[in-house]
Design a protein around this ligand. Structure first.
Ligand code: 13P
Length: 251
């Protein structure tokens, strides 16, 4: 059985005071998490240790970095290394978010290096993929996303690929209030799973969690999550509102 994962991506949001309040609310809330369904909080880097500490009472609440660099350590001012993340007990990192790809020029090849260093340090990448609007309008999204996966992940062995979590986030649905329909999400998630099946076999493909991201809210989460190949969500805006995100986790 593959794991369900509900991940919060706070992006570059929240003061220390707000972070404290949100983390306290999540730590105190009755959440339906267990060994098959975890919640992950990708908080801004200065709050990683705070989040670890505040959520430490529940092993199914995990903390993620929103990015890391492709080298283990060294003279890379401003970057965050896997060695640092490992040393503070962080087990997850979001990689290849469309905002990183678009604003910071992260390529599929560069992301392949980041995936490698994470796996070397036993940190699980939550690997993001997804197409811009013009690709969706041209109806070439399946090939576009397949290429992202092939160029960043297909050098991995089967025993490595099953350690990843994939997040499909159509760029046109991020922060726009416009979600993919649950049918569009299912269609893409099935396509992603078939891309993995063609390379690694159906059994390997069947255990990789594939999350949907893009304007997930409490009001649409259960419909999207009920699709066969949707194994959870990566949530931006709604993860900054405690009540909303608690409802999404429990959806
Ligand atoms: P929104 O949920 O705000 O659309 O953001 C989605 C996202 O980019 C999560 O990584």
């Amino acid at each position: 059985m593959r794991k369900k994962v509900i991940a919060a991506n706070w992006k570059m949001n929240g003061t220390l005071e707000q972070a404290n309040a949100l983390l306290d609310a999540f730590a105190a809330a009755p959440l339906t998490v267990n060994e098959n369904k975890i919640a992950v909080f990708a908080v801004p880097a200065p709050y990683l240790m705070l989040a670890k500490e505040k959520l430490s009472g529940n092993p199914y609440l995990q903390v993620a970095a929103q990015n890391c660099y492709s080298k283990k350590s060294g003279a890379y001012t401003g970057e965050l290394s896997v060695e640092i993340l490992q040393s503070i007990g962080i087990n997850y990192v979001v990689l290849g978010h469309s905002e990183r790809r678009e604003y910071f020029g992260e390529s599929n090849a560069f992301l392949a290096d980041k995936v490698n260093i994470c796996l070397e340090y036993n940190i699980t990448p939550i690997f993001c993929c997804g197409e811009p609007l013009e690709i969706r309008e041209a109806d070439t999204q399946n090939a576009f996303v397949a290429k992202q996966l092939q160029e960043s992940l297909f050098h991995l062995s089967a025993s490595e690929i099953v350690k990843l979590v994939i997040a499909y986030e159509p760029i046109w649905a991020i922060g726009t209030g416009k979600t993919a329909s649950s049918a569009q999400a299912q269609e893409m998630h099935a396509s992603i799973r078939s891309v993995f099946a063609a390379k690694y076999g159906a059994e390997v493909a069947s255990i990789i969690p594939i999350l949907y991201g893009g304007s997930v809210k409490a009001s649409n989460a259960s419909e999207i999550f009920s699709e066969t190949d949707v194994d959870g969500g990566l949530v931006g805006g709604a993860s900054l509102i405690a009540d909303e995100f608690i409802k999404i986790i429990n959806a």
